[in-house]
Design a protein. Structure first.
Length: 105
């Protein structure tokens, strides 16, 4: 391999990397932003016979378990979904907790 073909290959490689870099940047800036959850002034604490409640990714018991929240931990109520309440935990994470494990403040 001579110097000129090596320089051409390097130039092509640098061009490809630059193209991918700018494509990723453009894709991130054009992607829709996640809507901000409405802020509520309603609060509750977890009260469960087991000592903790499960927060899930959707309002169904088979949904992905996101976190376990101990009793007496304060959570912000976001949205009522029947037997489930969408909450925001102290760490900012959002999930669904069964209504029966929440006591309003």
């Amino acid at each position: 391999m001579d110097k000129s073909s090596g320089k051409k290959q390097l130039a092509i490689l640098v061009s490809c990397v630059a193209f991918l870099f700018f494509a990723i940047i453009a894709g991130n800036s054009l992607s829709p932003k996640k809507p901000i959850e409405p802020v509520s002034d309603r609060w509750a604490v977890i009260k469960s016979p087991s000592g903790w409640a499960e927060a899930r990714g959707a309002p169904v018991s088979t949904s992905l378990l996101l976190m376990q929240i101990n009793n007496d931990v304060k959570v912000q109520l976001i949205e009522d979904k029947g037997d489930w309440i969408k909450i925001r935990a102290h760490n900012g994470r959002v999930g669904y907790v069964r209504r029966e494990f929440l006591r309003c403040l």
